[in-house]
Design a protein around this ligand. Structure first.
Ligand SMILES: [Zn+2]
Length: 180
């Protein structure tokens, strides 16, 4: 299966609002397959279509890397329908190289969406799964976790990336240990 190139900040595609999928066809099936392969190869616990330059509302997640595939989720048009409590998690992202920061999100979430075989499903998540679901849905809305940290921290990161780009440092080589 072809691995897709993961776009990294400050790629403009990461800021685009993804479009709802109107038809779960072969093209979407292939996209889902590619996302799964690319996520495991990275490795990451989640990947959203905009991270590989697609504008479809598709995400994949597997928060259990001890048993790959057992808890793999493939969601089309995911919608956050309920969110409760708060949790602070040190987040990283395959599209935000060499950086992690604490982000506050809902602790429990209920997400509705569709599977690649056109079944409507509900996912209840807490802890890392809740964090990852919210993080991936953010990607579909053109948001990165660094949009949820303080302006000061974001600015420091932006300057660091600018410097790497100026110095010709390959950003793909810089990956946080756990990326969503
Ligand atoms: Zn991410």
């Amino acid at each position: 299966m072809p691995l897709r190139k993961i776009l990294t900040y400050p790629a403009a595609e990461l800021k685009q609002l993804a479009e709802p999928v109107a038809n779960i066809d072969g093209h979407i099936g292939q996209l889902v397959t590619d996302l799964v392969e690319t996520m495991y190869a990275a490795p990451g616990v989640g990947l959203a279509a905009p991270q590989v330059g697609s504008r479809e509302r598709v995400i994949v997640l597997d928060v259990d890397h001890e048993n790959p595939g057992k808890h793999l989720l493939k969601l089309i048009n995911p919608v956050l329908v309920n969110a409760e409590g708060t949790i602070v998690w040190e987040e990283g992202c395959l599209s935000v190289v060499d950086y992690t920061a604490e982000v506050t999100r809902a602790k429990h979430v209920l997400v509705k969406g569709w599977t690649p075989d056109e079944k409507e499903i509900e996912i209840e998540g807490e802890g890392l799964l809740a964090v990852a679901l919210q993080h991936e849905i953010d990607h579909l809305d053109g948001k990165l976790f660094i949009d949820r940290i303080s302006r000061l921290k974001r600015d420091l990161y932006r300057r660091k990336v600018k410097k790497w780009l100026r110095d010709g440092v390959p950003l793909e080589a810089k990956k946080p240990a756990v990326s969503i």
